[in-house]
Ligand binder design. Structure first.
Ligand code: PEP
Ligand code: MN
Length: 338
């Protein structure tokens, strides 16, 4: 439930309400929005109803949240959430953000080279996996700790914040040290213990939609992260499994307006993993801007034929450069800038 406070509610009144919520074994979550200040009550809705919060001083109204996901819902927060990714870089606002880089970190020089190229074309975040979720245990699993250090070096050299995938909560300290955004991959979207662990941090988390998950499942996974206190979440549509086999997955383009209606969180599209083919990356990226996504996560490689992972879907830097230019006019048409 949401407890909506009166505009003149005092600190003392707020503390009193929060105290009562805790006494019920629930967690209060204060959120000061532009229009109103509210306290979200985290935990079982039935327990929250044991207190007549309507009668408390400073309370204007008590609103139950109908949706199974509570704090990521539009019912909880009307305005779009804007997530600060790094100093001067945020997502969910007027600016459309492109995150780009190789599927996996292969070596230091190649990563720095790609980082410089994508930066020159206008990317604002560098992507690259150091821990790779491969379908086969015999495929390259990533450079791990060494890869994280290369990412950090590339960040220091280019100034680009980095996004990289976390698979194991035991690696979290390493990610807290080196990453700017923690990516939770499609295969781990319902790894609830992992979600809770990143929820305990305040690092931005990019949560990818599971390939066989509904939007409701997706938002409930985001709710796991918020319920531990981390509101810095970006949702990523990366394609779902359908009967269609012309592409690796099927991009659910309508997920963007649907999620925008249901949730206040920013939504980005990954045109690389959903298609699996570089040729489709540009048209799908353009569709992402037009449909109202807040950004893109694109794989770029300077020599896709030699890529250790996902070469067929990687854009060459020259193609990426052209795409970035083309995206600008689409963004302008809908009142955004890149
Ligand atoms: C990735 O972005 O590197 C990745 C493995 O993506 P997904 O989890 O969407 O398959
Ligand atoms: Mn990949």
């Amino acid at each position: 439930m949401i407890i909506v406070l009166k505009p003149d509610a005092t600190k003392k009144q707020i503390l009193h309400i929060e105290q009562k919520i805790k006494e019920l074994g629930l967690k209060p979550m204060l959120s000061a929005g532009k229009e109103r200040t509210i306290i979200g009550v985290i935990g079982e809705e039935d327990k929250a109803r044991l207190q007549p919060f309507e009668a408390f001083p400073g309370v204007e109204s008590v609103v139950p949240i109908q949706k199974p996901y509570k704090f990521v819902s539009r019912e909880f927060k009307k305005e779009n959430s804007i997530i600060k990714l790094a100093p001067g870089v945020e997502i969910g606002g007027q600016k459309f953000i492109v995150m780009a880089g190789p599927c996996t970190v292969e070596n230091r020089d190649r990563l720095v080279n790609i980082a410089n190229l994508v930066k020159k074309s206008g990317a604002k975040v560098l992507r690259g996996g150091a821990f790779k979720p491969r379908t086969s245990p015999y495929s390259f699993q990533g450079l791990k700790d060494k890869g994280m250090k290369f990412l950090y070096e590339a960040k220091k050299m280019t100034g680009l914040p980095i996004i990289t995938e976390l698979m194991d909560p035991r690696d979290l300290p390493l990610f807290l040290k080196y990453a700017d955004i923690i990516q939770i991959g499609a295969r781990n979207m319902q790894n609830f213990e992992l979600l809770k662990e990143v929820g305990k941090t305040r690092k931005p988390v990019l949560l990818k939609r599971g390939m066989a998950s509904t939007i409701k499942d997706f938002l409930l996974s985001a709710e796991y992260i918020v319920s531990e206190g981390n509101h810095n979440i970006i949702l990523c549509e990366r394609g779902i499994r359908t009967f269609e086999d012309a592409t690796r997955f099927t991009l659910d383009i309508s997920a963007v307006p649907v999620i925008k209606k249901l949730s206040h969180l920013p939504v980005v599209i990954d045109p690389s993993h959903c298609s699996g083919i570089w040729d489709y990356v540009a048209p799908l990226s353009k569709a992402a801007v037009a449909v109202g996504a807040d950004g893109l996560l694109i794989e770029v490689h300077d020599d896709p034929e030699k890529a250790m992972c996902d070469g067929p879907q990687a854009l060459k830097p020259a193609k990426f450069e052209i795409l970035m230019q083309e995206l600008k006019s689409i963004a302008k048409a809908i009142g955004r800038t890149i």
